[in-house]
Design a binder for this molecule. Structure first.
Ligand code: C2E
Ligand code: CA
Ligand code: CA
Length: 918
């Protein structure tokens, strides 16, 4: 018999290339391992970033839903007080609301009547148009007596493009009564379509790329879980994140999964370079070895030739063997014919075998009495047995727990395997616990199907098992995430909502009071910025612990967001006042924390809302405590404030202002004031900031803080901002041409403007119309605007840079960024926020922060301007720190254009005189 050709060819091959190949493979393996761990690290970083993104997403969605609920409240209140004739104009008032919020499908009122609801007085959009949401009447009855807006469960709708979607109603009682008990006979409804809602919220926070890959699920978890929204292909994965959102009186749970983002993550250039250099090194080493080996090979070849000659002698012997083979082959072809049919059979079996072998799921086949016949490799791995140990053995006791078998035996009235088979017959796939060889158990999905022969006799059972441990873990994690904060393990917003509902119910029953304390750390981000996120996390943990020591047993401390904690004090009797606890918290925080060997003090601001005076449900109490907290911040931080009903009247005021703002541009009611910016050392004018004012028909001036936020929310800021750009450029160019001053003008941009696609066009046409060289236009962007959507910011700023504009970061120190983050953007200047400058003389912390900002900005080659300088003492410090310039009342208040012209003239005159004297 001739030796098979394979080993003969393989040996010289190995001899020649073997060592080189081994070295190459070794280096390849090391490189790949390195590469994999680099990719892994990147995925970790992405996961962390995703967590922040998802939190931001929940935040935006929460803001959007809060906004809708607030609008419903305000509209309902306006309707309640509106005289009938003005109701006729209601359509005009809500028209902008509808156009700016695409998620609002319909809006109108419904009158409650014994026979069911009918369209109300304001019926230009009626709910009778098309589908009625299920359970509408019950919801209307509930809304009619509810102290604030309520929301319904999500229900299915058909979207304008014909695809299925979801919507919900927000219902508000129309009543003049401030507090229950009341029963409104008319209810305002806003029908909100979920898809555009999510769309709008996503658009605010993410790049399109991320939007496409982010998997989201939102469930209404108030009672039974209803899916509100689910992106196609959503599944819970290793990177899932959950947060809760309250929508009026309902709770939503938002679950976001970034697995697709992480899976499709492109390896970074660094990892790629590492891989490339590893591969090159491997190839080089292999090549050198190969050259060395080929020399040895030449010698070896001579020896082989000699051996070959010897081999010829053997050839005649082989001819004889061949003849013998010929005879054999004739015989074989006969046998083959018979075998062919058999081989066909074998082929099918092999195919089945192959399928079984590669299957990911464990597959076990038993005969009709439960004796194991087939077990695939996945089953061997899963259960920890070798197939040959189990084939021929009787199940069920091997895989199932005795308890399960006992249960099925009871239920099916048969025992042993028959019970399993009978149980299987009645159900499709089900979740059960299975056992491994080592006795450990795991959750699995099991499906058992009968295998019948052609006569419909049961021949056996096919069991398919999927290990669902991972899914269970993910679900458990999500469930924990859904109720507890992962950093501090304190209850989160959802649990807070449930607890608060219980506290309110019991307070109502026992005629007691309860309180909600909303706290927010003051300037927490500085810890993050100066000491890093880890230290920030440690501080939050330490604060959480202190807060817990300040409350009584049974009171709840929850963490509801970054540095926000909410405390619920239930069951307050007359003697105990929440302010005792608030003071205790403030005192307890006065004691410094020690982080990384450094002592650190942090303060917080507290807002307090009381049940029943300030709200009758949890959402209202939290909202009002939050409003009170803002009051505490306004009043200098590190204090507490009670909610006061005046705070909610501000909402109605807003709507009023918005209506008047619409006419202000056309009526030319806006003017620009200019505030000088001067060099700290020489006092020389280096620039000016344009600040808008709204002149009322009666001559009074409305400050921007009152109307800019409303203009932003309503989108009116876009045309207003375009006007500011034009006017500032025009005026600056006019001064320059008069020879009055060649300094740039700073123009404030708001977020809405920044996102507007027409921004660059507006800037270019303002420059072109006025003839102002671009270097004299300085755009001021707040740091929170810059950090909100860094990718978008970077690309817009790069465009501005190309135009030749100057860029400043405004209100630095109030946003969420650190200086090192800002380094990534092409900016020229930082403006330190007024709130720090305020207290640099009296507060050592503020002084340290401001000084650090100046020093760090200089190392990043950024210019620094201090805002709001009012005293000589402040200026002296800024000079000492080498802060470049300042702006503030010390030098000048913002001036009207006429006053500014005057000042520029006298300045020029003064300079001319001093030059003449010199
Ligand atoms: P900002 O950009 O931080 O402007 C500086 C504010 O500080 C101005 O308030 C200015 O009058 C005030 N200020 C300057 N020096 C001092 C000082 O020494 N002490 C005190 N207490 N205050 C000082 P103003 O003019 O009321 O503007 C408020 C905000 O409104 C601005 O803050 C800016 O964010 C916004 N704003 C003003 N004009 C525009 C505009 O045209 N477009 C946009 N989007 N926002 C604007
Ligand atoms: Ca500014
Ligand atoms: Ca500012």
């Amino acid at each position: 018999m001739p030796a098979s050709p394979t080993p003969r060819a393989v040996i010289p091959f190995l001899r020649r290339y073997g060592l080189a190949a081994v070295v190459f493979l070794l280096i390849l393996a090391l490189t790949l391992d390195n590469y994999r761990s680099a990719i892994h690290d990147e995925a970790d970083a992405t996961r962390e970033r995703f967590r922040q993104i998802a939190q931001e997403q929940a935040y935006h969605l929460r803001q959007r839903t809060d906004n809708l609920v607030r609008e419903a409240d305000v509209l309902a209140r306006q309707l309640a007080f509106a005289p009938d004739e003005s109701r006729a104009h209601f359509g005009e008032i809500v028209a902008p609301l509808l156009s700016r919020q695409p998620e609002i499908r319909r809006l109108g009122t419904l009158r409650l009547q014994p026979g069911g609801a009918t369209p109300g007085a304001f019926a230009s959009f009626t709910i009778a148009d098309t589908t009625l949401p299920p359970g509408l009447d019950d919801n209307l009855q509930r809304a009619a007596t509810h102290p604030s807006s309520i929301a319904t469960e999500p229900y299915p709708i058909t979207r304008p493009d014909g695809t299925p979607g979801t919507a919900l109603l927000i219902l508000s009682p129309i009543t003049r009564q401030p507090l229950p008990p009341f029963k409104a006979d008319e209810v305002l409804f806003i029908e909100v379509a979920v898809d555009p809602l999510i769309d709008q919220a996503l658009r605010a926070s993410f790049s399109r790329e991320i939007q496409r890959r982010l998997d989201l699920e939102i469930v209404d978890s108030t009672t039974v879980e209803h899916v509100v929204y689910r992106s196609p292909g959503f599944r819970i994965g290793s990177s899932s994140f959950a947060d809760s959102i309250s929508v009026a009186d309902r709770q939503w749970l938002l679950i976001a999964t970034a697995d697709r983002i992480i899976e499709t993550l492109d390896p970074s250039q660094e990892a790629g370079a590492q891989l490339f250099s590893g591969l090159s090194l491997g190839s080089l080493a292999a090549f050198i070895l190969y050259v060395l080996q080929t020399r040895a090979e030449a010698i070896r070849r001579q020896v082989d030739e000699k051996t070959l000659a010897l081999g010829d002698a053997n050839a005649s012997l082989e001819q004889y063997v061949q003849a013998l083979g010929e005879t054999n082959r004739l015989l074989e072809s006969e046998v083959e014919k018979h075998a062919r049919s058999e081989s066909l059979l074998r082929e099918t079996t092999t195919l089945q075998r192959a399928i079984l072998d590669c299957a990911e799921y464990a597959i076990v086949y038993t005969d009709s009495s439960g004796v194991i016949r087939v077990m695939n490799p996945a089953a061997e791995r899963l259960f920890g047995y070798r197939a040959d140990e189990l084939i021929g053995v009787q199940t069920p006791l091997i895989f199932h727990t005795p308890e399960d078998i006992a249960r099925w035996t009871l239920a099916q009235r048969v025992s042993g395997f028959a019970a399993v088979a009978a149980a299987a017959e009645n159900s499709g796939t089900r979740e059960i616990t299975l056992r491994r060889r080592d006795g450990s158990s795991f959750p699995a999905n099991l499906s058992i199907s009968e295998v019948q022969d052609t006569h419909h006799q049961v021949r056996g059972y096919l069991g398919i098992v999927a290990d669902i441990t991972q899914r269970h873990d993910a679900e458990r994690r999500i469930r924990h995430l859904a109720h507890y904060d992962s950093l501090t393990s304190l209850p989160n917003r959802t649990l807070l909502g449930n607890h608060l509902a219980d506290v309110i119910a019991s307070a109502r029953e026992r005629q007691r009071r309860a309180a909600v304390l909303f706290t927010d750390l003051d300037r927490f981000k500085y810890v993050n910025d100066t000491l890093g996120h880890h230290a920030g996390d440690e501080l939050l943990l330490a604060v959480a612990q202190r807060l817990r020591t300040c409350v009584r047993d049974g009171d709840l401390v929850a963490r509801t967001g970054g540095d926000e904690f909410v405390i619920v004090l239930g069951n307050l009797d007359e003697g105990s006042v929440p302010q005792d606890i608030a003071s205790r918290i403030l005192t307890s925080l006065a004691e410094p924390f020690v982080l990384h060997g450094r002592r650190f003090t942090i303060t917080l601001s507290i807002g307090i809302a009381l049940y029943p005076n300030d709200g009758l449900d949890g959402a209202a109490l939290i909202k009002n405590a939050d409003a009170a907290m803002y009051l505490a911040k306004e009043r200098g931080r590190n204090n507490f404030q009670y909610f006061d009903h005046g705070l909610s009247e501000r909402f109605s005021e807003r709507l009023e202002i918005e209506n008047r703002l619409r006419h202000a541009i056309d009526d030319q009611q806006f003017v620009l004031f200019y505030q000088p910016q001067v060099d700290t050392l020489s006092g020389e004018l280096i620039g000016m900031e344009a600040l808008i004012r709204w002149r009322q028909p009666d001559g009074s001036m409305v400050p921007p803080d009152t109307f800019i936020p409303i203009a932003e929310e309503s989108g009116l800021i876009v045309p207003i901002g375009a006007w500011v750009l034009r006017e500032a450029c025009r005026q600056n160019q006019a001064w320059q041409q008069e020879g009055l001053g060649r300094v740039p003008v700073g123009v404030n941009l708001s977020a809405r403007q920044f996102d507007d696609a027409g921004l660059l066009d507006n800037i270019q046409s303002a420059l072109a119309e006025s003839g102002l060289p671009p270097a004299y236009l300085d755009l001021e962007l707040t740091e929170s605007l810059v950090m909100r959507n860094p990718e978008h910011t970077r690309s817009v700023l790069a465009e501005c840079r190309k135009l030749g504009l100057q860029l400043s970061v405004d209100d630095f120190g109030t946003g969420y960024s650190s200086l090192s983050n800002l380094k990534r953007f092409p900016i020229d200047r930082l403006k330190i926020d007024r709130s720090f400058i305020d207290e640099i003389v009296t507060q050592a912390d503020d002084a340290a922060i401001a000084q650090t900002i100046v020093a760090m900005a200089h190392t990043l080659r950024l210019e620094v301007i201090a805002e709001g300088v009012e005293t000589d003492a402040q200026l002296a410090l800024l000079r000492r720190w080498r802060c470049d310039a300042y702006q503030g009342y010390l030098c000048s208040r913002p001036l009207s254009a006429a006053d500014m012209t005057q000042m520029l003239r006298t300045r020029r005159a003064t300079r001319e005189i001093s030059l003449a004297v010199a």
